[in-house]
Design a protein around this ligand. Structure first.
Ligand code: ASP
Length: 337
């Protein structure tokens, strides 16, 4: 039997960072050198691997949609040579990247696992070794035709994950969808949760970000403030609302601003501020008013998934009605309608 093989791309992030006088920053060549010396990665029972370190290593707070395209296109170019892909990335925006890739990589039928670490690889007690080794094993040995995020001991669907802790090893959660795998002394893959593989060839859809805003409402927020945000050329708004998708219904100006924007074709997506649960605009009058203004439901999507999905749908060149329809449909397992 031929050995399985995994492509490892290092984009930047803590896992390959070193201490500088201004704090941790990625250092070219450093992680590749460390990995080549890592006995576990080079064992006979591990898959073959190739490491590609990007020219411009970044702290993931600097990530842009152009970087997402670079990663997606890198996967496309190497797609036929490898059984799976591990993307080493900073944790800060990892959930945005795993969400974006899940939409951009159309007809994916191989595992793409995004991971990183909270402590740099070369430091004592780094979580990078385990995250990397397990991601490589998952990418090589399991048929997972999805973009996933692996961290600590859980494999999550990429567009369901969120960073939940700035300093703990258990840094990610998947509030509204169970983990695809739990990793302890054995790897328990929940195969019945996986998206079905496709027979069609992989396609990469680039993303050009349209003018979109993410706004979290709060008590005392003025209609004027919302109007300023919604002034042209804005085309989309992720509105983070209270509880099940509620907003102040006594403020007529506030509702009117939303109604006028929706009538102009601005796509306004209702996402709950709560960590867990879903938007239900039938639940309360306050939510119902939003629906009457033309606000659409984001159901149980994370903000990361809603934002990158909206980017993706705009980039497909769809009109506003088609975007509204697809925003509320399940495209890559990102929402439960
Ligand atoms: N600031 C780092 C980054 O996102 C944090 C990390 O990797 O954990 O690149």
């Amino acid at each position: 039997m031929t050995k399985r093989s995994v492509y490892i791309a290092y984009t930047g992030g803590t896992i390959g960072m070193k201490k500088t006088s201004q704090g941790f920053a990625p250092e070219a060549g450093y992680l590749t050198r460390e990995l080549k010396q890592l006995a576990e990665l080079n064992r006979d029972d591990m898959p073959n691997y190739e490491i590609h370190e990007y020219d411009n290593l970044i702290d993931s707070s600097n990530i842009t949609p152009q970087d997402w395209f670079k990663i997606a296109d890198d996967i496309r170019l190497n797609y036929h040579r490898f059984d799976g892909f591990v993307i080493l990335h900073g944790t800060d925006t990892m959930a945005y990247t795993s969400s974006a890739l899940s939409f951009m990589l159309e007809e994916l039928d191989k595992p793409v696992i995004v991971t990183g670490s909270q402590i740099p690889f070369g430091e004592l007690r780094s979580d990078g070794r385990d995250n990397l080794i397990t991601s490589v094993i998952l990418a090589a040995e399991h048929t997972i035709p999805e973009v996933c995020l692996y961290f600590h001991d859980r494999l999550y669907r990429g567009n369901r994950a969120q960073k939940i802790d700035a300093s703990n090893f258990h840094a990610f959660g998947s509030p509204n969808f169970p983990p695809l795998a739990k990793v302890g002394t054995t790897i328990e893959l929940n195969a019945n949760l996986l998206i079905s593989a496709t027979e069609r060839p992989l396609k990469v859809q680039p993303i050009t970000p349209p003018p979109i805003a993410v706004v979290s409402i709060f008590p005392g927020m003025s209609a004027q403030m919302l109007e300023n945000i919604l002034s042209t050329p804005i085309q989309g708004l992720i509105l983070q609302t209270f509880g099940m998708g509620n907003a102040p219904s006594n403020d007529r100006d506030f509702l009117m601003v939303l109604e006028q924007a929706a009538a102009r074709g601005v796509i306004i997506v209702n996402i709950s501020q709560c960590y867990r649960g879903r938007v239900d605009m039938q639940g309360y009058q306050t939510g119902n008013r939003l629906q009457a203004c033309g606000v659409i439901s984001g159901f149980d999507m994370t903000t990361e998934a809603a934002l990158t999905k909206l980017y993706y749908l705009f980039s497909l060149g769809l009109d506003s009605d088609a975007i509204k329809i697809q925003m509320q449909q399940n495209l890559r397992g990102e929402l439960t309608p």
